[in-house]
Ligand binder design. Structure first.
Ligand SMILES: [Zn+2]
Length: 294
């Protein structure tokens, strides 16, 4: 009887649970000869494009191709401020002028570092009245436009911080090591299902494995191959590190993205390295790949 009640409760909960998908808009890095857009992802909730994670070059066109809507966007999470993760943000903002969007957009991103400003200063430098590169868009910062960009800087932390908890969406963040560039990994949980985004990182802080615990999907950046050395290894995870983290965190599905010429064509050896530790599902992302979060 108890079992029957549990099954019944599960069916009721499933009937009301949101349909959650994550779509890769850009599965590449900064290169322009890989036929891939740079880093960008959408989380679809009940077929609405609610959350963006990064928005690198080419993402604006992919956004259009997958029929995402600016009107449905609530949140933009920036893992870090490198060009291949942020370059199409001005295109998105300009396009919003021609949309029916009237609700503020929340942007989150890391604090400043040696070579980059904090995320709020970064957005100001793009659009601020009289100072920004595109100062004619300043109305979107001072509240005189149809909506406002609300930017929140996430301070450096090797402990997990909840940065958003509204409308059934919970977002946690933790700092990850991307050489000298401040970088943040995010875990987005909706109805008890979660997706973790590594962003670009080396694995040196051992923080991603804490954040990603029990994620339904971990999107990890496969920017360097087995045996990478020097700068590449200081900035990025080699495949064995990705495998170790996926295993430690017990993730259900590992999606490899931010693929680059140096990793493309090496999928077999990459997979073998990951399999030293991790036994779950492995997918190599393409632009517009879509994954049900389950
Ligand atoms: Zn990158």
């Amino acid at each position: 009887m108890k079992k029957l009640i549990l099954v019944f409760l599960f069916l009721i909960a499933s009937a009301f649970a949101s349909d959650i998908k994550v779509q890769v808009l850009g599965s590449g890095g900064p290169e322009l000869n890989d036929n891939r857009a740079s880093s960008a992802y959408i989380i679809w909730v009940d077929n609405k494009s609610k959350i963006l994670v990064d928005f690198g070059g080419g993402a604006a066109l992919r956004f259009e191709e997958v029929k995402a809507k600016i009107e449905d966007l609530d949140i933009i999470l920036l893992t870090h401020l490198h060009i291949d993760h942020t370059a199409d943000l001005p295109a998105l903002l300009k396009a919003s002028f021609f949309s029916n969007r009237f609700k503020d957009i929340e942007i989150y991103g890391p604090d400043k570092g040696l070579f980059v400003p904090d995320t709020k200063t970064f957005i100001n430098r793009l659009f601020e009245n009289k100072k920004g590169a595109w100062e004619y868009m300043g109305d979107f910062l001072d509240g005189n436009a149809q909506f406002k960009l609300q930017t929140t800087v996430i301070p450096f932390s090797k402990e997990i911080k909840t940065i958003y908890d509204k409308n059934n969406i919970k977002i946690k963040a933790i700092s990850v090591n991307h050489g000298p560039i401040p970088a943040t990994a995010y875990k987005v949980s909706i109805d008890g299902k979660s997706i973790t985004f590594s962003g670009d990182m080396s694995g040196k802080y051992s923080t991603l494995e804490k954040l990603a615990v029990n994620s339904n999907i971990l999107i990890a950046h496969n920017a360097v191959p087995k045996g990478a050395q020097g700068v590449a290894k200081n900035l990025h995870m080699t495949p064995d590190i990705i495998g170790y983290i996926a295993k430690e965190a017990k993730v259900k599905n590992l999606v490899l993205s931010h693929r680059m010429l140096r990793t493309l064509g090496k999928e077999d050896i990459t997979k073998k390295e990951i399999r030293k530790y991790y036994e779950g599902k492995i997918n190599f992302a393409e632009d517009k790949s879509i994954y049900l979060v389950q």
